[in-house]
Each structure stands twice: as structure tokens, then as C-alpha cells.
Design a protein around this ligand. Structure first.
Ligand SMILES: CC(C)(COP(=O)(O)OP(=O)(O)OC[C@H]1O[C@@H](n2cnc3c(N)ncnc32)[C@H](O)[C@@H]1OP(=O)(O)O)[C@@H](O)C(=O)NCCC(=O)NCCS
Length: 306
């Protein structure tokens, strides 16, 4: 289905719905966070603030002024922009709201000649494929439950494999942003700056300077990512550094989003007690080819941020 057909069909919804299309402002952060929380997602108020401050975040309000649907476009420089936070309250689903908001986000990016990219849940992929988003590589969300905590010996092994890592922080932003850009071509210094400045965030750099890892607090779990490494073995060392304080020592659940096709990393995650929670697929609209996995070994910042 063409974008214009989706738009024509989707707006307005039904007579009497009295829905208003709104641009989200900082006053909408709590309502947005309530919507993502109700769906079981991990975003915090700080995350919503990024979409509102740095992107084009929109939604629908119902007759009682409740925010019932959202979507956001987040440009990462001149070439690619992320679309995410496509959320519709249960009672409003299958009435074209997601399609309408998606169309508006796509147009916002395309007006600036930016390729729309996103990491879709299976439900979201059904909406995006209809307007021509092409599917690329698959991603798994891995989850570690604090309830499955390890033995003392396993914790000690984890600590020793993380020994080559140096703690990093906001003063390392230049180095971290450069490594991130080199691995994915995205200009998302503002995102890393936000992550690194949050009180609960921890970050690491290996002594060889070839990568980094960031772990930040989420609504449900600590999220490890982004992580960039020159090889799977270096990624495992960085992950060990990030995981030990985030999970076993803090007693918090941990999430991380890993593109498929990294067998050593997957084995390592399983050995720590991580399980696959849900799949995502990276999709893009109007690019010369569907998204492909780069050479660098990465853990994503999250499906909402790429
Ligand atoms: C996915 C979601 C955003 C869809 O919102 P929505 O407003 O119901 O979507 P639309 O009404 O615009 O759907 C348009 C089309 O997409 C397809 N679609 C939507 N939801 C679907 C689902 N759960 N399964 C299969 N197809 C679906 C259908 O073809 C639908 O058209 P139809 O109703 O005429 O058959 C909503 O279910 C939701 O918030 N889910 C939880 C959060 C989520 O997964 N968001 C996507 C993140 S990538």
C-alpha cells in the first residue's frame, strides 16, 4: 500500500472519535512514559525527553485529552533517521492510528532527504511492511533475570574477564561518539551525551581504545548498549565489564539487543543465563538496499534508538 493511501485512509479515524493530532512537548513526557510502560517497554522519562527535544514526536489525544498513540522520528545527521515509539493504547488499535503517525514521521524525515530506519517488533513490522519498509537483518533482545543470579565462582570469573577495561564517563564523550559514528555512520552524539550524563549510567573503554560499552538504567531493567568492539572476543570482555555491576552485583534484570550472527557472543550470553526475549527486524524505506549488518561487532542502543 502506498504512503498516500495509508494517509487518506487513516485520517480522520471515525466520526465522533474527536482525536487530535498533537506535537509532543515536555509536558507529555509522563503520559508517553505511561504508554510505553503499559506495553511493557523499558523507556524512561529521560528517553522520552530525547525524542521530544531532538526529534519530531507526535501523538493523538482523545476527547478526554488522554494521549492514546505516539510515534517519533529522530534524525541522526543528514543520511538516516530512526522512527520509534510507535505505540497505540489497546482500545484504539486497528483503527489506523499507527499508520497515520508513521506516515507523518516518514514524511518529516523524507522532507529532509533522510532515509527512515527502524527496528520493528513483529506487530510493528506488519504496519511498516504495508507502506514499503524493507526488512534487513534480525535482532534478538536478550534478557537476564536477577532471580537467576550466579554462584560466587561464576561472578569471580566474570570479574577477571573484565579486568582490561577502564571506566569511562562524560569526559570520554568525544572518543565514544567517534567510535559509534565509525561503526554505524550515525550522528548521535546527543544520544550518547544524554546516556553518559545520567546518574545511573556506567561506561567502559578497553585499553586498546578500539571500542566502548554503555549501560544505562531503564524502566524495567538495566540496558547494556550501545557497545562497539573490534571483534567478538573484545565484545565479550566489554560485556563482562558491563554485565557484572549491572546484573549480578546490582540485583537488577538486564536487557541487551544483539543482531543475530554473532555465535560466540550468543554462547557467552547463554552461559551467563541470558535468554532470548523477543525478536526485532531492522527495516528501512527507500534505501538502495535493505539494512545490512556492518563489520564491527555491536550491541544496539535499543530498538528505539538503533
Ligand atoms: C503495532 C501497533 C503500533 C499497531 O497500531 P495500530 O494503530 O493498531 O495499527 P494500524 O491500525 O495502523 O494497523 C495498520 C495495519 O497494520 C497491520 N497490523 C496492525 N497491527 C497488527 C497486528 N497486531 N498483527 C498483524 N497485523 C497488524 C494490519 O494490516 C493493519 O491494517 P488492518 O487493521 O486494516 O488489517 C499497536 O498494536 C501497538 O501499539 N503494539 C504494541 C507496541 C508495538 O509493538 N509497537 C510497534 C513497535 S515497532
Amino acid at each position: 500500500m502506498a504512503l498516500s493511501e495509508v494517509r487518506a485512509k487513516a485520517l480522520p479515524c471515525r466520526p465522533g472519535d474527536a482525536l487530535r493530532l498533537v506535537t509532543l512537548t515536555s509536558d507529555c513526557i509522563d503520559a508517553g512514559a505511561a504508554l510505553s510502560d503499559a506495553t511493557g517497554w523499558n523507556q524512561t522519562a529521560d528517553d522520552w525527553a530525547i525524542f521530544i527535544r531532538n526529534g519530531h514526536a507526535i501523538g493523538f489525544r482523545d476527547a478526554a485529552d488522554r494521549l492514546v498513540a505516539t510515534a517519533a522520528a529522530l534524525p541522526y545527521g543528514a543520511s538516516a533517521g530512526w522512527i520509534s515509539m510507535v505505540l497505540v493504547a489497546d482500545a484504539w488499535r486497528r483503527r489506523g492510528l499507527a499508520s497515520a503517525l508513521l506516515a507523518a514521521c516518514v514524511e518529516h524525515l523524507r522532507a529532509a532527504h533522510i532515509v527512515p530506519v527502524l527496528d520493528a517488533t513483529p506487530a510493528g513490522a506488519a504496519v511498516y511492511a504495508r507502506i514499503g519498509f524493507a526488512a534487513g537483518f534480525e535482532i534478538d533482545r536478550w534478557e537476564w533475570k536477577a532471580a537467576s543470579a550466579q554462584s560466587g565462582a561464576a561472578k569471580a570469573a566474570l570479574a577477571s574477564s573484565a579486568r582490561g577495561m577502564l571506566p569511562a564517563g562524560p569526559s570520554d564523550l568525544d572518543a565514544i561518539a567517534a567510535l559509534d559514528r565509525a561503526s554505524n555512520g550515525l550522528e548521535r552524539r546527543f544520544l550518547l551525551e544524554s546516556f553518559l550524563s545520567r546518574p545511573g549510567t556506567r561506561a567502559w573503554l578497553p585499553r586498546n581504545g578500539r571500542g566502548f560499552a554503555v549501560a544505562r538504567e531503564g524502566r524495567r531493567a538495566t540496558q547494556i548498549g550501545p557497545l562497539v568492539a573490534g571483534s567478538e572476543s573484545e565484545a565479550i570482555e566489554l560485556l563482562a565489564a558491563a554485565f557484572a555491576p549491572a546484573g549480578p552485583s546490582a540485583g537488577r534484570d538486564v536487557f541487551l539487543d544483539l543482531p543475530r550472527g554473532r555465535p560466540a557472543l550468543q554462547d557467552w550470553l547463554e552461559a551467563q543465563g541470558f535468554v532470548r526475549q523477543r525478536p526485532f527486524v531492522r527495516m528501512s524505506l527507500g534505501a538502495a538496499q535493505p539494512p545490512t549488518l556492518g563489520e564491527t561487532c555491536v550491541v544496539l542502543a535499543g530498538p528505539e534508538f538503533g
